[in-house]
Design a binder for this molecule. Structure first.
Ligand code: AHR
Length: 502
């Protein structure tokens, strides 16, 4: 039987916040150095930024970019990365056991955003691991105060007279994780986050603040962490964060393909926890979510490596450079669908990360830049996923998974743009069989199929590499049509699909 659902613009989930298509640049491996910043590269501009990478970032359609970490931020001194480059200190980065040269810092990050274009917005994390309220305030004043104080005048003397106007701030990173420098209990972090938030709002009432939620749904403190932290911060913050990474384990591809089941449960459980705290406080406010790290990441491989051979403080080594298969890209597309399906509560999301480090864009030092398989679902979702998410209730054949039990083969959502065009995003989780799909269209006029593309490959291990950068790209699918008000399509085995109707 075909999978099916109905689309009706009268039934919606919510509006997509453009910040759902964010990403993340951390001082980690080659994300910054030889990723976005490589003075002397043939494609580098006068700021040392790689223009080939800038072009790909624009094509990817990234909106907000979180910076500078990640684990890195929890022992970071922001003032090391400002002022004349030649007098900046070299420091140990405890998170990744590397040496940080600080040749790239706050001003360079802001310049990077400016050169991407007006769609790129900063999202700055403050260090609440080894630092606290004072340093967060100092950074905020340096970055955002117009002038006439020591710190804001210092920014001007460093070359940026105009304030950066950073609106979105993360109150630390993954403070629930024992691996985090300055890791805290929920009570300790809740108090510190509340005091930092209060002080930052004293400087600027309109800052938008993200409290750290759990660094994964599997954390033993998940649930109680959020409840405790939010009891202190509910009225002071705008968002609570979620982080999730997925990988195929023990050859269990069927469960891997169903990773979004976990992501959707995670989102719904955090929403429930937020609303529980809101109810206890009798608050009319509804907190929104910042899913500010998500991706496919072969984390267990990294952990084994890091344990076997701890790094000896190299500069910008090759770290976390996962090369994604078409299978990974299909799972990745399904994670995007999970985010869109919860656009009513998930307002910010950051694909971790942007370049080289578990990234959609890869580079070679002195060499080319290219798109990983995962680049394509993100670029398509950012391009066609703006507007209002329609309420998609799927009826689908199912399959059995070890981790998640019985799971629908179809995972789908749909977004209606302001011009009335509707885009269906759909994943067929069946590894071997095509999946017929019927979508009943209500209230969409005489909609026709403008385009159906799929990301799929007979070889589930197919990847894009430096030598074969275009091995996996979306291809057009023939035969998709609207007949008597029903969209009929066939989704190729293990595929990510974008069907545009207008
Ligand atoms: O994105 C890689 C790392 O994953 C980040 O530094 C950290 O926040 C998370 O554990």
């Amino acid at each position: 039987a075909p999978a099916r659902f109905t689309l009706d613009p009268a039934f919606t989930v919510g509006d997509v916040d453009p910040r759902l298509f964010g990403s993340f640049v951390e001082h980690l491996g080659r994300c910054v150095y030889t990723g976005i910043h490589e003075p002397g590269h043939p494609a580098a501009d006068d700021a040392g930024l790689r223009t080939d990478v800038l072009a790909l970032v624009r094509e990817l359609g990234v909106t907000v970019i979180r910076y500078p970490g990640g684990n890195f931020v929890s022992n970071h001194r922001w003032e090391d990365g400002v002022g004349p480059v030649d007098s900046r200190p070299r420091r140990l980065d405890l998170a990744w056991r590397t040496t940080e040269t600080n040749r790239f810092g706050l001003a360079e990050y802001m310049e990077f955003l400016r050169r991407i274009g007006p769609q790129a917005e900063p999202m700055m994390a403050v260090n609440l691991g080894t630092r606290g309220v004072t340093e967060a305030l100092q950074l905020q004043e340096y970055a955002n105060h117009p002038g006439g104080t020591e710190l804001s005048d210092r920014r001007a003397a460093h070359g940026d007279k105009d304030p950066y106007g950073i609106r979105l701030w993360c109150l630390g990173n993954e403070m629930d994780g024992p691996w985090q420098t300055g890791h805290k209990t929920a009570e300790e972090y809740g108090r510190l986050a509340a005091e930092t938030a209060r002080a930052m709002r004293q400087m600027d009432r309109d800052v938008q603040l993200v409290a750290c939620g759990s660094s994964s749904r599997a954390m033993p403190t998940f649930g109680t962490w959020e409840a405790t932290v939010l009891a202190e911060t509910y009225d002071l913050v705008d968002y609570v964060s979620l982080h999730a990474y997925y990988e195929e384990r023990d050859g269990d591809r069927d469960s891997f393909l169903a990773s979004a089941v976990d992501m959707e449960s995670f989102i719904e459980e955090v929403v429930a926890t937020c609303d529980h705290v809101g109810a206890r406080l009798k608050s009319p406010k509804k907190l929104r979510l910042s899913f500010d790290e998500w991706n496919v990441w072969y984390l267990s491989r990294y952990q084994q490596q890091a344990e076997a051979e701890p790094l000896d403080w190299p500069e910008a080594p090759r770290l976390l450079e996962d090369v994604y298969s078409v299978t990974d890209a299909v799972v990745f597309g399904s994670l995007l669908i999970a985010l869109l399906r919860h656009a009513d509560r998930v307002a910010v999301a950051c694909l971790a990360q942007l370049v080289n480090v578990i990234a959609p864009i890869m580079t070679e030092p002195g060499g080319p830049a290219w798109r990983q398989t995962t680049f394509h679902p993100f670029a398509q979702a950012s391009r066609y996923g703006r507007g209002r998410v329609l309420d998609v209730r799927v009826e689908s054949p199912t399959y059995e998974t070890r981790k998640y039990g019985t799971v629908p083969l179809l995972h789908a959502t749909a977004v209606r743009a302001d011009d009335g065009t509707v885009t269906v995003f759909a994943v067929n989780r069946d590894r071997t069989a095509p999946l017929p799909l019927d979508v009943t269209l209500h209230g969409l006029g005489a909609a026709e199929v403008l385009e159906h593309t799929a990301l799929a490959d007979p070889d589930p291990e197919a990847r894009n590499t430096r030598d074969e950068p275009e091995r996996v790209t979306p291809h057009a699918v023939d035969g998709t049509r609207v007949e008597d008000g029903v969209l009929r399509a066939v989704l190729e085995p293990m595929s990510w699909n974008v069907i545009r109707l207008g």
